[in-house]
Design a protein around this ligand. Structure first.
Ligand code: GLU
Length: 488
Protein backbone atom coordinates (compact mmCIF):
# COMPACT_ATOMS: atom_id res chain seq x y z
CA UNK A 1 0.00 0.00 0.00
CA UNK A 2 1.18 3.50 -0.79
CA UNK A 3 2.41 5.52 2.15
CA UNK A 4 -0.24 7.79 3.61
CA UNK A 5 1.08 11.33 3.70
CA UNK A 6 -1.01 14.31 4.71
CA UNK A 7 -0.24 17.91 5.47
CA UNK A 8 -1.47 21.11 7.03
CA UNK A 9 -0.54 24.14 4.99
CA UNK A 10 -1.44 27.30 6.89
CA UNK A 11 -0.86 30.78 5.51
CA UNK A 12 0.79 32.91 8.19
CA UNK A 13 -1.52 35.89 7.82
CA UNK A 14 -2.84 35.51 11.36
CA UNK A 15 -2.49 33.44 14.52
CA UNK A 16 -3.47 29.78 14.23
CA UNK A 17 -7.26 29.78 13.90
CA UNK A 18 -9.30 27.05 15.59
CA UNK A 19 -10.64 26.13 12.15
CA UNK A 20 -7.11 25.49 10.93
CA UNK A 21 -6.44 23.59 14.14
CA UNK A 22 -9.44 21.37 13.33
CA UNK A 23 -8.11 20.76 9.80
CA UNK A 24 -4.65 20.04 11.22
CA UNK A 25 -6.17 17.66 13.77
CA UNK A 26 -8.16 15.66 11.20
CA UNK A 27 -5.05 15.32 9.03
CA UNK A 28 -3.01 14.31 12.07
CA UNK A 29 -5.63 11.74 13.11
CA UNK A 30 -5.84 10.33 9.61
CA UNK A 31 -2.06 9.93 9.54
CA UNK A 32 -1.96 8.34 13.01
CA UNK A 33 -4.75 5.94 12.18
CA UNK A 34 -2.99 4.81 9.00
CA UNK A 35 0.63 4.78 10.10
CA UNK A 36 1.16 7.74 7.85
CA UNK A 37 3.12 10.97 8.02
CA UNK A 38 1.84 14.43 8.93
CA UNK A 39 3.67 17.32 7.28
CA UNK A 40 3.61 21.04 8.13
CA UNK A 41 4.11 23.55 5.36
CA UNK A 42 3.95 27.29 5.82
CA UNK A 43 2.39 28.89 2.75
CA UNK A 44 3.88 32.34 2.79
CA UNK A 45 3.85 33.19 -0.90
CA UNK A 46 1.79 36.28 -0.14
CA UNK A 47 4.66 38.21 1.41
CA UNK A 48 2.58 41.28 2.23
CA UNK A 49 0.19 39.42 4.52
CA UNK A 50 2.85 37.24 6.12
CA UNK A 51 4.69 37.84 9.37
CA UNK A 52 7.24 35.87 11.35
CA UNK A 53 5.23 36.37 14.52
CA UNK A 54 2.34 34.49 12.91
CA UNK A 55 4.68 31.73 11.74
CA UNK A 56 5.92 31.33 15.32
CA UNK A 57 2.38 31.38 16.64
CA UNK A 58 1.31 28.61 14.24
CA UNK A 59 4.33 26.59 15.22
CA UNK A 60 3.79 27.01 18.97
CA UNK A 61 0.03 26.48 18.84
CA UNK A 62 0.29 23.20 16.93
CA UNK A 63 2.87 21.97 19.40
CA UNK A 64 0.79 23.05 22.40
CA UNK A 65 -2.15 21.09 20.99
CA UNK A 66 0.03 18.02 20.64
CA UNK A 67 -0.16 18.07 16.84
CA UNK A 68 3.49 17.35 16.24
CA UNK A 69 4.48 16.97 12.63
CA UNK A 70 6.66 14.16 11.40
CA UNK A 71 9.19 15.74 9.13
CA UNK A 72 10.64 18.94 7.74
CA UNK A 73 13.98 20.67 7.52
CA UNK A 74 16.00 19.80 10.62
CA UNK A 75 16.59 22.81 12.89
CA UNK A 76 18.82 21.89 15.78
CA UNK A 77 17.49 18.38 16.20
CA UNK A 78 13.85 19.39 15.74
CA UNK A 79 11.79 19.44 12.60
CA UNK A 80 11.02 22.84 11.24
CA UNK A 81 8.16 23.31 8.83
CA UNK A 82 8.59 23.44 5.08
CA UNK A 83 8.30 27.06 4.03
CA UNK A 84 7.26 28.07 0.55
CA UNK A 85 9.33 31.23 0.46
CA UNK A 86 12.42 29.08 0.89
CA UNK A 87 11.40 26.99 -2.08
CA UNK A 88 11.04 29.70 -4.73
CA UNK A 89 13.74 28.20 -6.95
CA UNK A 90 11.71 24.99 -7.27
CA UNK A 91 8.61 26.49 -8.89
CA UNK A 92 9.89 27.86 -12.27
CA UNK A 93 10.86 24.42 -13.57
CA UNK A 94 7.30 23.14 -13.65
CA UNK A 95 6.04 26.41 -15.11
CA UNK A 96 8.34 25.75 -18.03
CA UNK A 97 7.06 22.21 -18.33
CA UNK A 98 3.47 23.45 -18.49
CA UNK A 99 4.41 26.07 -21.09
CA UNK A 100 6.26 23.49 -23.17
CA UNK A 101 3.33 21.09 -23.06
CA UNK A 102 0.93 23.84 -24.08
CA UNK A 103 -0.99 23.75 -20.79
CA UNK A 104 0.02 27.29 -19.89
CA UNK A 105 0.56 30.55 -21.72
CA UNK A 106 1.94 34.00 -21.16
CA UNK A 107 -0.58 36.72 -20.44
CA UNK A 108 0.33 40.35 -20.96
CA UNK A 109 -2.98 41.86 -19.90
CA UNK A 110 -2.62 44.85 -17.60
CA UNK A 111 -4.65 45.13 -14.38
CA UNK A 112 -6.70 47.85 -16.12
CA UNK A 113 -7.55 45.59 -19.04
CA UNK A 114 -8.57 42.80 -16.70
CA UNK A 115 -10.65 45.20 -14.65
CA UNK A 116 -12.45 46.31 -17.80
CA UNK A 117 -13.24 42.68 -18.65
CA UNK A 118 -14.65 42.15 -15.19
CA UNK A 119 -16.79 45.27 -15.38
CA UNK A 120 -18.13 44.14 -18.73
CA UNK A 121 -19.08 40.76 -17.26
CA UNK A 122 -20.85 42.47 -14.36
CA UNK A 123 -22.69 44.77 -16.77
CA UNK A 124 -23.82 41.68 -18.73
CA UNK A 125 -24.79 39.98 -15.45
CA UNK A 126 -22.38 37.16 -16.21
CA UNK A 127 -19.91 35.39 -13.96
CA UNK A 128 -16.44 36.57 -14.86
CA UNK A 129 -14.18 34.19 -16.77
CA UNK A 130 -10.92 35.43 -18.28
CA UNK A 131 -11.32 36.10 -22.04
CA UNK A 132 -8.24 34.10 -23.05
CA UNK A 133 -7.18 37.14 -25.03
CA UNK A 134 -3.50 36.17 -24.72
CA UNK A 135 -3.91 32.44 -25.40
CA UNK A 136 -2.82 32.55 -29.01
CA UNK A 137 -0.41 35.48 -29.20
CA UNK A 138 2.27 35.01 -31.85
CA UNK A 139 5.94 35.30 -30.96
CA UNK A 140 5.96 38.63 -32.80
CA UNK A 141 3.08 40.00 -30.78
CA UNK A 142 4.70 38.86 -27.57
CA UNK A 143 8.01 40.48 -28.51
CA UNK A 144 6.19 43.72 -29.21
CA UNK A 145 4.46 43.68 -25.84
CA UNK A 146 7.76 42.91 -24.13
CA UNK A 147 9.35 45.81 -25.92
CA UNK A 148 6.62 48.02 -24.42
CA UNK A 149 7.99 46.98 -21.06
CA UNK A 150 5.16 44.58 -20.21
CA UNK A 151 6.03 41.58 -18.11
CA UNK A 152 3.84 38.54 -18.61
CA UNK A 153 2.07 36.50 -16.00
CA UNK A 154 1.59 32.80 -16.74
CA UNK A 155 -1.93 31.41 -16.98
CA UNK A 156 -3.04 27.81 -16.85
CA UNK A 157 -5.07 26.68 -19.86
CA UNK A 158 -8.10 24.97 -18.37
CA UNK A 159 -9.80 23.85 -21.57
CA UNK A 160 -6.61 22.36 -23.02
CA UNK A 161 -5.94 20.30 -19.91
CA UNK A 162 -9.57 19.24 -19.58
CA UNK A 163 -9.71 18.12 -23.22
CA UNK A 164 -6.45 16.23 -22.94
CA UNK A 165 -7.58 14.12 -20.01
CA UNK A 166 -11.39 14.06 -20.03
CA UNK A 167 -14.10 13.37 -22.55
CA UNK A 168 -16.40 16.21 -21.68
CA UNK A 169 -16.01 19.54 -19.94
CA UNK A 170 -17.17 17.97 -16.66
CA UNK A 171 -14.44 17.29 -14.13
CA UNK A 172 -15.44 14.96 -11.28
CA UNK A 173 -13.83 13.34 -8.26
CA UNK A 174 -14.86 11.24 -5.29
CA UNK A 175 -14.40 13.25 -2.14
CA UNK A 176 -13.50 11.31 1.00
CA UNK A 177 -16.02 13.28 3.03
CA UNK A 178 -18.54 14.67 0.57
CA UNK A 179 -18.73 11.87 -1.98
CA UNK A 180 -19.12 12.65 -5.69
CA UNK A 181 -18.28 16.23 -6.64
CA UNK A 182 -18.15 17.71 -10.11
CA UNK A 183 -17.75 20.97 -11.93
CA UNK A 184 -18.18 22.21 -15.48
CA UNK A 185 -14.71 23.44 -16.34
CA UNK A 186 -16.09 25.91 -18.88
CA UNK A 187 -16.97 28.00 -15.86
CA UNK A 188 -13.39 28.12 -14.60
CA UNK A 189 -11.29 30.91 -16.05
CA UNK A 190 -7.69 30.37 -17.05
CA UNK A 191 -6.09 31.36 -13.78
CA UNK A 192 -2.68 32.86 -13.14
CA UNK A 193 -0.10 30.38 -11.88
CA UNK A 194 2.90 32.70 -11.91
CA UNK A 195 2.50 36.41 -11.33
CA UNK A 196 4.30 38.92 -13.55
CA UNK A 197 6.70 39.56 -10.65
CA UNK A 198 7.72 35.91 -10.72
CA UNK A 199 5.82 34.84 -7.60
CA UNK A 200 3.88 31.57 -7.82
CA UNK A 201 0.21 31.72 -6.88
CA UNK A 202 -1.42 29.52 -4.24
CA UNK A 203 -3.17 27.13 -6.64
CA UNK A 204 0.05 26.43 -8.48
CA UNK A 205 2.57 26.31 -5.62
CA UNK A 206 0.30 24.09 -3.56
CA UNK A 207 0.23 21.47 -6.31
CA UNK A 208 3.99 21.53 -6.82
CA UNK A 209 4.58 21.18 -3.10
CA UNK A 210 1.99 18.48 -2.56
CA UNK A 211 3.36 16.61 -5.57
CA UNK A 212 7.00 16.85 -4.46
CA UNK A 213 6.11 16.04 -0.86
CA UNK A 214 4.20 13.01 -2.13
CA UNK A 215 1.05 14.01 -0.28
CA UNK A 216 -1.43 11.18 -0.76
CA UNK A 217 -4.52 12.71 0.87
CA UNK A 218 -5.52 16.35 1.09
CA UNK A 219 -7.99 17.07 3.87
CA UNK A 220 -9.09 20.69 4.14
CA UNK A 221 -12.06 23.02 4.39
CA UNK A 222 -14.84 22.94 1.84
CA UNK A 223 -14.03 26.53 0.91
CA UNK A 224 -11.24 24.96 -1.16
CA UNK A 225 -13.50 22.78 -3.34
CA UNK A 226 -13.37 25.24 -6.24
CA UNK A 227 -9.56 25.26 -5.99
CA UNK A 228 -9.48 21.47 -6.04
CA UNK A 229 -10.82 21.34 -9.61
CA UNK A 230 -8.06 23.70 -10.76
CA UNK A 231 -5.45 21.74 -8.87
CA UNK A 232 -6.53 18.37 -10.26
CA UNK A 233 -5.97 19.68 -13.78
CA UNK A 234 -2.46 20.87 -12.91
CA UNK A 235 -1.56 17.43 -11.53
CA UNK A 236 -2.85 15.87 -14.69
CA UNK A 237 -1.04 18.34 -16.91
CA UNK A 238 2.21 17.51 -15.13
CA UNK A 239 1.56 13.78 -15.44
CA UNK A 240 1.53 13.49 -11.66
CA UNK A 241 -0.66 11.21 -9.57
CA UNK A 242 -3.73 13.05 -8.30
CA UNK A 243 -4.07 12.74 -4.50
CA UNK A 244 -7.36 11.89 -2.80
CA UNK A 245 -9.27 14.88 -1.46
CA UNK A 246 -11.53 15.24 1.55
CA UNK A 247 -13.37 18.50 2.22
CA UNK A 248 -14.63 19.31 5.69
CA UNK A 249 -17.74 21.37 6.43
CA UNK A 250 -17.17 24.84 7.77
CA UNK A 251 -17.16 25.86 11.42
CA UNK A 252 -19.88 28.38 12.18
CA UNK A 253 -20.62 30.54 15.20
CA UNK A 254 -23.71 29.77 17.33
CA UNK A 255 -25.61 32.37 15.28
CA UNK A 256 -24.70 30.40 12.13
CA UNK A 257 -22.57 33.14 10.69
CA UNK A 258 -18.87 32.77 9.99
CA UNK A 259 -16.95 32.35 13.25
CA UNK A 260 -15.25 35.66 13.93
CA UNK A 261 -13.76 37.79 16.69
CA UNK A 262 -17.10 39.27 17.61
CA UNK A 263 -18.24 35.82 18.80
CA UNK A 264 -15.25 35.37 21.10
CA UNK A 265 -11.77 33.96 20.82
CA UNK A 266 -10.88 32.38 17.46
CA UNK A 267 -7.12 31.81 17.65
CA UNK A 268 -5.76 28.87 19.63
CA UNK A 269 -3.37 31.17 21.52
CA UNK A 270 -6.27 33.43 22.49
CA UNK A 271 -8.10 30.50 24.05
CA UNK A 272 -4.96 29.53 25.95
CA UNK A 273 -4.53 33.09 27.22
CA UNK A 274 -8.11 33.02 28.50
CA UNK A 275 -7.45 29.86 30.46
CA UNK A 276 -8.59 27.03 28.25
CA UNK A 277 -6.54 23.85 28.52
CA UNK A 278 -5.13 22.65 25.23
CA UNK A 279 -6.29 19.10 26.04
CA UNK A 280 -9.86 20.34 26.35
CA UNK A 281 -9.58 22.53 23.27
CA UNK A 282 -8.32 19.75 21.04
CA UNK A 283 -10.99 17.38 22.39
CA UNK A 284 -13.68 19.96 21.67
CA UNK A 285 -12.33 20.74 18.21
CA UNK A 286 -12.35 17.02 17.32
CA UNK A 287 -16.10 16.99 17.94
CA UNK A 288 -16.60 19.60 15.23
CA UNK A 289 -17.36 17.05 12.55
CA UNK A 290 -16.34 13.82 14.24
CA UNK A 291 -18.28 11.79 16.84
CA UNK A 292 -16.95 9.02 19.01
CA UNK A 293 -18.27 5.50 18.59
CA UNK A 294 -19.38 5.40 22.25
CA UNK A 295 -21.26 7.94 24.34
CA UNK A 296 -18.18 9.37 26.02
CA UNK A 297 -17.19 12.64 24.38
CA UNK A 298 -14.29 13.32 26.73
CA UNK A 299 -11.34 11.70 25.04
CA UNK A 300 -7.62 12.20 24.81
CA UNK A 301 -5.92 12.76 21.47
CA UNK A 302 -4.63 9.20 21.69
CA UNK A 303 -8.14 7.79 22.20
CA UNK A 304 -9.56 9.94 19.44
CA UNK A 305 -6.87 8.73 17.06
CA UNK A 306 -7.89 5.12 17.78
CA UNK A 307 -11.52 5.86 17.06
CA UNK A 308 -11.17 8.19 14.05
CA UNK A 309 -12.42 7.32 10.57
CA UNK A 310 -12.32 9.98 7.90
CA UNK A 311 -15.32 8.59 6.01
CA UNK A 312 -17.42 9.05 9.14
CA UNK A 313 -16.62 12.73 9.39
CA UNK A 314 -19.74 14.80 8.90
CA UNK A 315 -19.91 16.65 5.62
CA UNK A 316 -22.09 19.40 7.02
CA UNK A 317 -21.12 22.52 8.88
CA UNK A 318 -20.42 22.39 12.61
CA UNK A 319 -21.41 24.94 15.19
CA UNK A 320 -18.73 26.22 17.54
CA UNK A 321 -20.64 26.14 20.83
CA UNK A 322 -18.62 28.21 23.27
CA UNK A 323 -20.86 26.97 26.10
CA UNK A 324 -19.97 23.40 25.34
CA UNK A 325 -16.29 24.24 25.22
CA UNK A 326 -16.62 25.90 28.63
CA UNK A 327 -18.31 22.83 30.04
CA UNK A 328 -15.67 20.57 28.58
CA UNK A 329 -12.85 22.75 29.85
CA UNK A 330 -14.42 22.59 33.30
CA UNK A 331 -14.41 18.80 33.08
CA UNK A 332 -10.70 18.81 32.32
CA UNK A 333 -9.96 21.29 35.10
CA UNK A 334 -11.85 19.09 37.54
CA UNK A 335 -9.85 16.01 36.68
CA UNK A 336 -6.42 17.45 36.10
CA UNK A 337 -3.47 16.49 38.27
CA UNK A 338 -3.38 19.14 40.99
CA UNK A 339 0.33 19.92 40.67
CA UNK A 340 -0.04 20.35 36.93
CA UNK A 341 -3.17 22.46 37.35
CA UNK A 342 -1.48 24.68 39.92
CA UNK A 343 1.38 25.27 37.51
CA UNK A 344 -1.06 26.18 34.76
CA UNK A 345 -3.01 28.43 37.11
CA UNK A 346 -0.02 30.56 38.13
CA UNK A 347 -0.08 32.92 35.12
CA UNK A 348 -3.65 33.79 36.13
CA UNK A 349 -2.58 34.62 39.68
CA UNK A 350 0.17 37.00 38.68
CA UNK A 351 -1.48 39.94 40.43
CA UNK A 352 -1.13 38.28 43.83
CA UNK A 353 1.94 37.87 45.97
CA UNK A 354 2.32 34.13 45.66
CA UNK A 355 5.08 34.09 48.26
CA UNK A 356 2.34 34.56 50.88
CA UNK A 357 1.56 30.87 50.45
CA UNK A 358 3.65 27.74 50.36
CA UNK A 359 3.40 25.60 47.24
CA UNK A 360 1.39 23.10 49.24
CA UNK A 361 -1.05 25.78 50.37
CA UNK A 362 -1.40 27.07 46.84
CA UNK A 363 -2.25 23.56 45.67
CA UNK A 364 -4.89 23.37 48.40
CA UNK A 365 -6.34 26.68 47.28
CA UNK A 366 -6.49 25.56 43.64
CA UNK A 367 -7.96 22.20 44.63
CA UNK A 368 -10.63 23.92 46.73
CA UNK A 369 -11.61 26.42 44.03
CA UNK A 370 -11.29 24.42 40.81
CA UNK A 371 -14.96 23.59 40.92
CA UNK A 372 -17.15 25.02 39.44
CA UNK A 373 -14.82 27.11 37.30
CA UNK A 374 -14.82 26.60 33.56
CA UNK A 375 -11.76 28.58 32.54
CA UNK A 376 -8.56 29.17 34.47
CA UNK A 377 -8.97 32.92 34.35
CA UNK A 378 -12.02 32.50 36.65
CA UNK A 379 -9.52 31.60 39.35
CA UNK A 380 -8.16 35.14 39.46
CA UNK A 381 -11.29 36.36 41.15
CA UNK A 382 -12.17 33.16 42.95
CA UNK A 383 -8.99 32.98 45.03
CA UNK A 384 -8.57 36.69 45.76
CA UNK A 385 -9.44 36.41 49.47
CA UNK A 386 -6.54 34.06 50.11
CA UNK A 387 -4.16 36.94 49.46
CA UNK A 388 -3.45 40.20 51.22
CA UNK A 389 -4.78 41.37 54.55
CA UNK A 390 -8.08 42.91 53.62
CA UNK A 391 -10.92 41.67 51.54
CA UNK A 392 -13.53 43.21 49.30
CA UNK A 393 -17.14 42.41 50.01
CA UNK A 394 -19.45 41.31 47.27
CA UNK A 395 -22.51 43.47 46.98
CA UNK A 396 -24.96 43.09 49.84
CA UNK A 397 -22.95 40.42 51.64
CA UNK A 398 -21.84 42.63 54.51
CA UNK A 399 -25.27 44.09 55.11
CA UNK A 400 -27.01 40.73 55.13
CA UNK A 401 -24.54 38.65 57.12
CA UNK A 402 -22.35 40.87 59.24
CA UNK A 403 -24.12 44.13 60.02
CA UNK A 404 -26.98 42.38 61.79
CA UNK A 405 -27.42 41.70 65.46
CA UNK A 406 -27.27 37.99 64.84
CA UNK A 407 -24.22 38.30 62.60
CA UNK A 408 -22.38 40.27 65.25
CA UNK A 409 -23.25 37.70 67.92
CA UNK A 410 -21.90 34.90 65.73
CA UNK A 411 -18.69 36.80 65.03
CA UNK A 412 -18.08 37.63 68.67
CA UNK A 413 -18.54 34.04 69.71
CA UNK A 414 -16.20 32.93 66.94
CA UNK A 415 -13.61 35.54 67.93
CA UNK A 416 -13.58 34.15 71.45
CA UNK A 417 -12.71 30.71 70.09
CA UNK A 418 -9.95 31.64 67.60
CA UNK A 419 -7.13 31.14 70.09
CA UNK A 420 -8.11 27.55 70.68
CA UNK A 421 -8.74 26.62 67.03
CA UNK A 422 -6.45 23.90 65.65
CA UNK A 423 -5.40 25.61 62.42
CA UNK A 424 -2.84 22.92 61.64
CA UNK A 425 -5.02 19.92 62.35
CA UNK A 426 -7.64 19.43 59.69
CA UNK A 427 -9.66 16.86 61.55
CA UNK A 428 -9.71 18.68 64.84
CA UNK A 429 -10.53 21.96 63.17
CA UNK A 430 -13.45 20.27 61.46
CA UNK A 431 -14.79 19.08 64.81
CA UNK A 432 -14.33 22.46 66.41
CA UNK A 433 -16.28 24.12 63.62
CA UNK A 434 -19.08 21.55 63.96
CA UNK A 435 -19.26 22.29 67.64
CA UNK A 436 -19.37 26.00 66.93
CA UNK A 437 -22.28 25.57 64.50
CA UNK A 438 -24.13 23.44 67.05
CA UNK A 439 -23.75 26.15 69.64
CA UNK A 440 -25.93 28.39 67.47
CA UNK A 441 -28.14 25.61 66.21
CA UNK A 442 -29.31 25.13 69.77
CA UNK A 443 -30.36 28.76 69.70
CA UNK A 444 -32.37 28.11 66.54
CA UNK A 445 -29.87 29.45 63.99
CA UNK A 446 -29.34 27.22 61.00
CA UNK A 447 -25.74 25.93 60.65
CA UNK A 448 -25.44 27.28 57.11
CA UNK A 449 -26.51 30.74 58.32
CA UNK A 450 -23.81 30.65 60.98
CA UNK A 451 -21.24 29.71 58.39
CA UNK A 452 -22.37 32.41 55.96
CA UNK A 453 -21.48 34.98 58.55
CA UNK A 454 -18.01 33.57 59.17
CA UNK A 455 -17.41 33.09 55.47
CA UNK A 456 -18.61 36.62 54.75
CA UNK A 457 -16.21 38.07 57.32
CA UNK A 458 -13.25 36.03 56.08
CA UNK A 459 -13.82 36.08 52.31
CA UNK A 460 -16.32 38.83 51.54
CA UNK A 461 -18.64 36.27 49.94
CA UNK A 462 -21.17 33.65 50.89
CA UNK A 463 -19.83 30.99 48.53
CA UNK A 464 -16.36 29.68 47.85
CA UNK A 465 -13.72 27.24 48.91
CA UNK A 466 -14.26 24.71 51.69
CA UNK A 467 -14.18 26.54 55.05
CA UNK A 468 -11.58 24.19 56.46
CA UNK A 469 -9.21 25.16 53.65
CA UNK A 470 -10.04 28.84 54.07
CA UNK A 471 -9.22 28.75 57.78
CA UNK A 472 -6.13 26.63 57.38
CA UNK A 473 -4.61 28.63 54.55
CA UNK A 474 -5.46 32.04 56.00
CA UNK A 475 -4.01 31.00 59.35
CA UNK A 476 -4.70 32.39 62.76
CA UNK A 477 -3.40 35.93 62.28
CA UNK A 478 -5.40 36.74 59.19
CA UNK A 479 -8.50 35.06 60.56
CA UNK A 480 -8.27 37.06 63.75
CA UNK A 481 -7.66 40.29 61.86
CA UNK A 482 -10.59 39.86 59.49
CA UNK A 483 -13.03 38.70 62.19
CA UNK A 484 -12.10 41.58 64.47
CA UNK A 485 -12.46 44.00 61.61
CA UNK A 486 -15.98 42.74 60.97
CA UNK A 487 -17.02 43.27 64.56
CA UNK A 488 -18.38 46.74 65.09
N1 GLU B 1 -2.60 28.01 2.60
C1 GLU B 1 -3.92 27.51 2.33
C2 GLU B 1 -4.85 28.02 3.40
O1 GLU B 1 -4.41 28.40 4.46
C3 GLU B 1 -3.87 26.02 2.32
C4 GLU B 1 -5.04 25.39 1.73
C5 GLU B 1 -4.77 23.95 1.42
O2 GLU B 1 -4.83 23.15 2.35
O3 GLU B 1 -4.46 23.66 0.30
O4 GLU B 1 -6.04 28.11 3.18
Amino acid sequence: MEEIRVRIAPSPSGNLHVGTARTALFNYLFAKKNNGKFVLRIEDTDAERTSQAYVDNIFDSLKALGLNWDEGPDVGGEYGPYTQSERFDIYPKYIQELLDKGFAYECFCTPEELEAEKEQATANKQAYVYSKKCENLTEEEKAKLRAEGRKPAIRFNIAKAQKAFHETSILAFEDLVKGHLQQDTNLIGDFVILKSNGAPTYNYAVVIDDMLMKISHIIRGEDHISNTFKQILIYEALGAEVPRFGHLGMILAPDRSKLSKRHGATAVSEFVEKGYLTEALINFVALLGWSPSDANEIKSLEEIAQDFRINEVSSSNSIFEYDKLNWMNGQYIKKMDIKELTKMAKPFLAKYDLTELTEEQLEKVVAATREPITILSDLTNDVSYFFGKDIEFEEGVKEANIDTEQGQAILKEFASRIDSLAFDDEEKLHEQMAEFRNFFKEQGIKPKVTMWTIRAALTGRTHGADMGVVLEVLGKDKVQYRINKAIV
